[in-house]
Design a protein. Structure first.
Length: 474
């Protein structure tokens, strides 16, 4: 109903209310002078009601007006357009995988990492590098667990599927895929068994049939490249999730997305910082703003001698030759880059952090470095610019530096010379932009509610809801 129509209806209601009460009092013939005076005063007030073509201007103390206001307030729904329905899947699709955590990876015991709702072990002694609390040792592949626990605390959940604006399918496809990738004694049918069962389940549901799955979304804690198996050849890699026609109707969230897939959207890798209080966020932002950064640039990683396309060797060589660069060789004995304080200490001491491709175009280190307030240096647009569009500025020069990897590979560019051209003011502005992005690049502790902090989860949900509305309508 339009606002003008609401105003007219309210005016008519008020007038009818007053006129009805006037009619009740006109019939008594013997009334006291006091009541007569009140009556004529009331009649005068009633006659001042505007006609149906006028706007209402009734007194705020009028009972009718108050009733209407309360009714309007009751109709105001803060969750309107934001309701989520979460499928209650059998736990073999999610929590059962977590319980069987020893089987997730053949060489890594994932049980400590899926603990604490996916945040991993607490870091109780953070020292000067990780000042404050809220720190964990978080594995980069556990986002499905973190996200599912966050969505369980979402303020606009509904058990009424007809009320839902979007539907979340909590299948831990990344963890399920990971536990089968290196099992050579398993058939493709066995590898895909849960996925096939899930699709059959969804297609049997009226919630799916209503929109053909276009209002459904799913999350993967692995990159898109692990979920694009084209056939059932025994040597083929990964899951075929993203190749299924049913899934192509859904919105798919991943830590790395295919820039050419319309239904895939990249959301940040999980870092080690999961605040439970607003004060922890403020404290961390203050720290990274004020920390001393003696190094112009730094690089944390390992060489890739067997990969001809990798520029890791060139980055190593350039950093070693520069007096402005700090190198952390993650393949060297004694340099445990899985310890948060090790890498964060390096990133905090640097203005720029080199972020070449890893096994995929992006690597978690990009988000770790931004968490430390370090300006990322990318060498391919696919590391950030063609992904993470819900999270990072369209103008990449506001927060990062881009050097084409071909120029590095062919020895035509000195990283040091490029970065030395930035003035102190430019570096300060870029760093401040990176710091301003930090809250939306982290995932809060699912156990707590931080009203004033919008994190990566909140941005993802908003993005899903906007997309679903754009493709299915109201």
């Amino acid at each position: 109903m339009k606002e003008k129509e609401k105003s007219i209806l309210k005016t008519l209601t008020l007038c009818k209310s007053h006129q009805s009460r006037w009619q009740m009092h006109i019939f008594p013939l013997l009334i006291s002078s006091i009541l007569s005076s009140l009556f004529f005063l009331f009649l005068s007030y009633s006659s001042s009601c505007p006609s149906s073509s006028s706007s209402s201007s009734s007194s705020s103390s009028s009972p009718s007006s108050l009733t209407l206001s309360l009714s309007a307030a009751a109709r105001t729904d803060p969750c309107s357009g934001r309701y989520l329905y979460v499928y209650d899947l059998p736990d073999k699709f999610n929590d059962g995988i977590v319980r069987d955590c020893h089987a997730i990876f053949p060489w890594v015991d994932m049980c400590p990492y899926v603990a604490n709702m996916g945040l991993g072990p607490h870091l109780n002694e953070t020292g000067s590098v990780l000042t404050g609390t809220g720190w964990h040792i978080t594995n980069q592949w556990v986002l499905e667990v973190i996200f599912h626990n966050r969505i369980r605390q979402y303020e606009c959940l509904t058990a009424n599927s007809s009320q839902a604006d979007a539907f979340f399918v909590p299948y831990y496809v990344g963890l399920d895929t990971g536990r089968n990738l290196w099992r050579h004694n398993i058939s493709m049918q066995e590898r895909d068994s849960l996925l096939v069962e899930l699709i059959q389940f969804l297609k049997s549901r009226p919630e799916w049939s209503a929109k053909g799955g276009r209002d459904h979304f799913i999350l993967s804690g692995r990159a898109t490249w692990d979920l694009q198996r084209k056939d059932d050849g025994h040597s083929q890699w990964g899951s075929k999730l993203l190749m299924l026609p049913e899934v192509k109707n859904m919105t798919v969230l991943l830590i790395e997305a295919n820039a050419w897939a319309r239904n895939e959207f990249a959301i940040p890798y999980p870092t080690n910082f999961h605040p439970s209080k607003e004060s922890q966020v403020v404290e961390w932002l203050d720290k990274v703003r004020s920390t001393n950064r003696p190094w112009l640039f730094s690089f944390a990683g390992a060489r890739r001698p067997g990969q001809a396309d990798s520029i890791r060797d060139q980055l190593f060589d350039q950093c070693l030759k520069s007096t402005h660069c700090k190198l952390l060789d993650c393949a060297s004995a004694g340099n445990n880059c899985d310890i948060p304080a090790t890498t964060m200490s390096l990133f905090q001491s640097s203005n720029f952090c080199l972020q070449p491709t890893g096994d995929t175009p992006t690597r978690r280190s990009a988000f770790d470095s931004m968490l430390a307030g370090c300006i990322p240096v990318f060498f391919t647009p696919h590391s950030a610019y063609t992904q993470y569009k819900w999270y990072l500025p369209n103008n990449y020069s506001e927060y990062s530096v881009y050097i084409p990897e071909d120029e590095i590979r062919e020895g035509r560019v000195s990283i040091e010379e490029v970065l030395l051209k930035y003035s102190e003011e430019e570096i300060r502005n870029m760093k401040e932009k990176v710091v301003s992005l930090i809250p939306t690049l982290i995932y809060k502790d699912p156990s707590y509610k931080l009203e004033s902090v919008r994190d990566a989860f909140d941005v993802a949900i908003d993005g899903v809801l906007v997309r679903v509305k754009s493709i299915v309508g109201d």
